[in-house]
Design a protein around this ligand. Structure first.
Ligand code: C2E
Ligand code: MG
Ligand code: MG
Length: 401
């Protein structure tokens, strides 16, 4: 008897092959896709015939052409394919049950309905969304792997220092999520945060990051460091969850950290997602004393309105501006305008992505308050909690950064 894990593996392999087929057919032109679907139907019919009709499990082969047709041509492809499959698995090639008995008409009717339902489901899934069915299936598989990784504690924060540009002291850290995959090694958040956002795993990641980063900061304080502010990136979806405020207060209460030592980093996307809920939740945590930072400032579309409407304490000037601030006078003028605007509204400015001394000097000359970048310190694990001076924090650089 086959074990359950054996069966799970076989199902996973079959799902992977079907996904691959649907993906490949989405790249094919219409005539080649029709040929592929016809070949798959012929293959399924051959399998059913070969089986002598008795092991009805072979009939499941018909699901593959139906899924491919629905994924490629939506309902227009699913309907004829399901009907053809139903006829082949029924009246045209009647299956035999054990002992030579023919299957009753009700059985193939039920099977036809199952074929049509699967075709309809796949067509609805792939049409209702801007993403193809193949992309949705791939997401579902990768999300499963990411959920496992979360459960197995393969996700954790690295910390990048943020410095006061005048005193050159570390004033805080940004917690950046890392995934230590046993096969791929250290995976960059750029590779899994978008997937996490599409599949709602971002809430679990945000909650984990909040808990870990807030606790780490409380540990640093207990080890005698100066007052530090920990910045945590929060996704649009997480920010708008009814449980969001509870996640913040739970993390702070558990670690015994003051709200003023936590900074929530949001982007314009988070605000656009659901403006009313975002405003209500941001205002709520701001009233508790948590700092609010607008990340990647200058890359969105209507940043100025948000600056006025939302209680923003910190404006992070996007790396794309800092990259040329020391060589391009136009870029420097833009950075100066952002700094003056933020200061006029009472916000602190942070220059992101400082990689060389000239950028640092340019930002200081333009009046930027704080800075972050590889030149000042790379994201790293929290190895030196007890160090009296938190810089440099680690000897080994983060390979992802
Ligand atoms: P971000 O919040 O803007 O974080 C800054 C990113 O710039 C980090 O990339 C950091 O490693 C990188 N960086 C810092 N200094 C420099 C530099 O001097 N040069 C260059 N080229 N890059 C620098 P990372 O860690 O790969 O994160 C990428 C993005 O992923 C983050 O951008 C953030 O949007 C997202 N992210 C990271 N962790 C989390 C998380 O826990 N939750 C959510 N929702 N998003 C996260
Ligand atoms: Mg950030
Ligand atoms: Mg940023």
């Amino acid at each position: 008897m086959r074990s359950r894990s054996d069966r799970r593996h076989r199902i996973a392999r079959a799902a992977a092959r079907t996904t691959y087929l649907v993906k490949a057919s989405a790249r094919l032109g219409a005539p080649s896709s029709v040929l592929l679907i016809a070949a798959l139907i012929a293959g399924a019919a051959w399998l059913t015939k070969l089986s002598g009709g008795a092991p009805t499990a072979y009939v499941h082969a018909y699901y593959v052409p139906i899924i491919v047709a629905a994924g490629r041509f939506h309902w227009r492809g699913a309907l004829p394919t399901a009907v053809v499959a139903g006829l082949l698995a029924g009246p045209l090639m009647p299956l035999e049950l054990g002992g030579g008995a023919q299957q009753p008409a009700t059985e193939w009717c039920v099977r036809l309905v199952a074929f049509l339902t699967i075709g309809w489901l796949v067509a609805a899934l792939s049409k209702g969304s801007s993403r193809s069915f193949a992309a949705i299936v791939t997401d579902a598989r990768e999300a499963h792997v990411l959920r496992l990784a979360l459960a197995q504690r393969q996700l954790f924060p690295h910390y990048q220092p943020i410095l006061d540009l005048r005193t050159q002291h570390v004033v805080g850290f940004e917690a950046l999520c890392r995934w230590q995959d046993p096969v791929r090694g250290l995976v960059s958040p750029a590779d899994f945060i978008p997937l996490a956002e599409r599949t709602q795993i971002d809430v679990a990641i945000g909650t984990l990051m909040l808990g870990e980063a807030v606790q780490q900061t409380a540990d640093w304080h207990a080890a005698g460091t100066r007052d530090l502010v920990i910045a945590v990136n929060i996704s649009a979806n997480h920010l708008c969850q009814p449980t969001f405020i509870g996640h913040i207060t739970d993390a702070l209460d558990r670690a015994g950290l003051r709200p003023a030592n936590l900074c929530v980093e949001i982007t314009e996307t988070a605000i656009i997602h659901d403006r009313a809920t975002a405003l209500a939740n941001i205002t709520h945590i701001h009233e508790l004393g948590v700092l609010i930072s607008l990340d990647d400032f200058g890359t969105g579309q209507s940043s100025l309105a948000y600056l006025q409407e939302f209680p923003i304490d910190i404006v992070k000037i996007d790396q794309s501006f800092v990259a040329r601030v020391d060589v391009d006078p136009k870029c420097a003028a833009l950075v100066l305008a952002i700094i003056q605007l933020a200061h006029a509204l009472g916000a602190t400015t942070v220059g992101e992505g400082i990689e060389r001394p000239a950028q640092l000097e340019a930002l200081i000359a333009l009046g930027c308050n704080q800075g972050q970048g590889f030149y000042l310190g790379r994201p790293a694990p929290p190895v030196s909690a007890a160090a009296p001076e938190l810089r440099p924090l680690v000897s080994s650089p983060d390979p992802v950064a």
